[in-house]
Design a binder for this molecule. Structure first.
Ligand code: ALA
Length: 745
């Protein structure tokens, strides 16, 4: 079976077991401060496990794009050096939300592997949780018993907390798990050493393919395990490994998932895969990393200097560097592979096809700039080496930090001229930097103090700006030396930051006492209100009220963003796609794809269209809970990298003119925006432009200020009748005088 057939067989199988097949969530995580990237299929369902959101369907299956390059699950250093770890990989998963549990999970897993895929039973092993005294948890005898009906006892192995108790991160949903491993060694090897001995020992051919997690607990910040309201199943199967097993290969890179890429790299570099250890590693690194980079960009994370963007930049640089050093790629190369990805994955992840031009452009740009740094760094190295007997740790660190040189590259360069790198010094500098950044990003999150555990939090802010409410729970968090209190309310009019729109601010009031809410954010679908000061007793009924004038300014900027988006598409063309957006009470900022600087005429045309729409006083049409299918049929503008549910909210200002999927706050009528003015337009990356604009009072202030500046200039020039003409003459006179002075001197 080829990889597409294998993937399909998994989804078809769980479809036949009454699972709803959903698409992969974006790889870039937005609403969870504990995660940068999706690291497991279950991330998008975390709020269901925690009981924050009810499950709409109790059985779900999919393939999920995952990235394990930061945080608790990080495989980056292994990638390329071994044959079965990846940065980005697909995780096939089936879920039960409070529906079936261990029996069905195990029986169906077995049925799929042995009856549908017909993998040989004697090569399969299952592990189960042996229990933990420390945690006060018993061995999972239920899983053991269930496996006994499928496997001989020698194929069932107890496992420790490390291997058989799965946790998403430091906190969050977790539970005992049961893994399925496969032995892919030759018959002779298997006769020599029993596969049982090699399970979970790091053997590349006796590997885990599927993890069945029985979600039962929430790990709290205190380390305590708290039982979840319901029991769930979360499974994850490594798709690339499954393909290796099914296609009779001994490396993931030998499957049809990677071979087209490796063949292309091989032709381009003139090196044959399988002949030179280092070139092979480089080919594996590139064919792996290009997937992570391209899909991260497609899902909205461009390479940048900090946070998640920096992780992507580091992966890209790692690929460039391996190509440069071991395959001789001195010119941008990676971007050429995007086409192959689009052909291979277009069916299951259509976003890569639609975005491929933009993705390739961004990658190419990054490559060029890093290749320049790389050659500057190499010159720096050569100069330094000619003046010093050895390479000091501090200098190696500078190369690493400023030029993105991994230490093995510096060592390689040193080795070539017979010099040593002071590794102790380098590691010291590296540790120091790690400690610094750890201290800068450290966040201590206290456990929730629950006042009312039975209650759910309801958002009423689309219809109201105030409401009566109660505090459900609160906790203390501290980061970067600041302390905050986070509060969850039973009902709230506060909009939580999302879709580019900032969070609301306002007050909670009870009997003359006031708690000031300084920000509102979402975490796993919970709306969290941020306060500096809270009273000791938070019980009782509060009036929650948002700052109305600020909210009106935000709504005005948000609606103007929609009007401008449509205007940009009509003035510049339908290739304009939103790439980023920020809406606050002062301005709106909008990033979009377009390949040239906008001319003054184009800017004016966009302003005119938007101001005409404002003058036409078009009423807001807001539709909630529209089935996604219908929204698509209507051609509502959706964004890649956004996770949408089965039903969506649609915002239109004249359906023919502007219709977008949006969860934000808008004016009731475009006339409320009053005035729209673009104040800047520029490039932020190759092919991506940024517009900043103002509306309403903000636009008036801008015009007033511009006018005042002009007045000042006029006064400085003694109020000429035509100031422009006057300045032109002044400029010409100045040039003539300069020339004369030059001649004279
Ligand atoms: N969530 C489990 C894992 O990632 C299935 O292994």
């Amino acid at each position: 079976m080829n990889s597409n057939e294998i993937r399909k067989s998994f989804l078809d199988f769980f479809d036949s077991k009454k699972h709803l097949i959903v698409s992969s969530a974006p790889m870039v995580v937005k609403n969870d401060p504990t995660l940068m990237f999706t690291n497991a299929g279950m991330n998008q369902f975390k709020d269901i496990f925690l009981g924050n959101t009810p499950a709409k369907q109790r059985r779900i299956a999919n393939t999920q794009k995952c990235l394990r390059v930061s945080g608790k699950h990080n495989d980056l250093e292994e990638v390329g050096h071994d044959t079965y770890h990846h940065t980005m990989f697909e995780m096939l998963g089936n879920w039960s939300f409070g529906d079936y549990f261990k029996k069905e999970a195990i029986d169906w897993g077995w049925e799929y592997l042995t009856q549908i895929l017909e993998l040989p039973k004697d090569r399969l092993y299952a592990t189960y949780f042996e229990g933990s005294k420390e945690e006060g948890l018993e061995a999972d005898s239920e899983a053991l018993g269930l496996w006994k009906s499928h496997l001989a006892e020698r194929q069932i192995i107890p496992g420790s907390r490390k291997d058989n108790f799965w946790e998403m991160g430091e906190t969050g949903p977790c539970g005992p798990c049961s893994e399925i491993h496969i032995d892919l060694r030759s018959v002779e090897e298997r006769e020599k050493v029993d596969g049982r001995e090699l399970v979970n020992t790091g053997n590349p051919l006796v590997i885990e393919i599927w993890n069945l997690v029985f979600m039962q607990f929430n790990r709290k910040a205190s380390g305590e395990l708290e039982p979840l309201p319901e029991k769930h199943v979360d499974t994850g199967m490594g798709f690339e490994r499954l393909c290796m097993a099914m296609q009779g290969k001994t490396s993931n890179y030998d499957t049809d998932l990677f071979q087209p890429m490796i063949a292309y790299i091989s032709t381009a570099s003139g090196k044959i895969y399988g002949q030179d250890v280092k070139a092979d590693i480089a080919m594996r690194v590139i064919s792996d990393h290009i997937r992570a980079i391209a899909f991260a960009i497609t899902d909205g994370q461009t390479p940048s200097n900090n946070g998640a963007g920096y992780v992507i930049r580091r992966i890209l640089r790692r690929a460039v560097r391996y190509g440069y050093t071991f395959l001789g790629f001195k010119e941008p190369f990676l971007y050429q592979l995007v086409d192959i990805l689009a052909t291979q994955f277009g069916e299951i992840f259509p976003e890569i096809v639609i975005e491929k031009k933009m993705v390739a452009k961004i990658i190419r740009e990054e490559e060029s700039s890093f290749l320049r740094t790389l050659s500057t760094g190499i010159s720096r190295f050569e100069k330094y080496a000619s003046e010093h007997p050895a390479i000091e740790g501090q200098f190696a660190f500078e190369l690493y930090d400023t030029y993105g040189f991994p230490i093995d590259l510096t060592r390689l360069l040193a080795q070539e001229i017979g010099k040593e790198v002071d590794m102790e010094g380098f590691n010291f500098c590296l540790d120091e930097q790690k400690n610094r950044s750890r201290a800068a990003t450290k966040m201590d999150t206290g456990d929730w103090v629950e006042l009312d555990s039975s209650d759910k939090s309801v958002y009423v802010g689309y219809d109201r700006v105030e409401c009566l409410t109660r505090v459900i729970k609160y906790r203390k968090v501290s980061s970067k030396g600041e302390e905050w209190h986070q509060i969850v309310l039973s009902e709230t009019p506060f909009y939580a930051e999302s879709g580019g729109q900032v969070g609301d601010t306002g007050f909670l009031e009870k009997e003359g006492n006031r708690i000031e809410i300084l920000d509102t954010k979402k975490e796993n679908n919970l709306i969290i209100h941020f306060a500096k000061e809270i009273p000791e007793d938070l019980s009782g009924t509060y009036l929650a009220r948002i700052k109305g004038a600020r909210r009106d300014a935000i709504a005005s900027n948000h609606s103007a963003t929609h009007l401008m988006h449509a205007a940009l598409r009509s003035v510049l063309g339908s290739h304009v796609a939103q790439k980023g957006s920020l809406v606050n009470d002062e301005h709106l900022r909008f990033d979009f794809t377009h390949y040239a600087k906008m001319t003054d005429e184009e800017i004016k045309a966009v302003e005119n269209i938007v101001n005409t729409k404002i003058a036409q006083a078009i009423s807001l049409e807001e539709r909630r809970e529209v089935p996604m299918e219908q929204a698509q049929k209507e051609g509502a503008v959706a964004l890649f990298g956004e996770k949408y549910g089965d039903t969506v909210r649609i915002i239109s200002f004249d359906r023919e003119y502007s219709t977008e999927l949006c969860g934000g706050i808008h004016v009731e009528n475009t006339s409320r925006i009053r005035l729209f003015k673009i104040i800047s337009e520029g490039a932020i990356a190759n092919g991506i432009r940024r517009i900043t604009a103002v509306t309403g009072v903000g636009a008036l202030h801008f015009l007033e200020e511009s006018h005042a500046r002009l007045q000042e200039v006029k006064e400085l020039l003694n109020n000429p009748n035509d100031v422009v003409k006057y300045v032109q003459e002044l400029d010409e006179e100045n040039k003539a005088l300069k020339k004369e002075v030059e001649q004279l001197s």
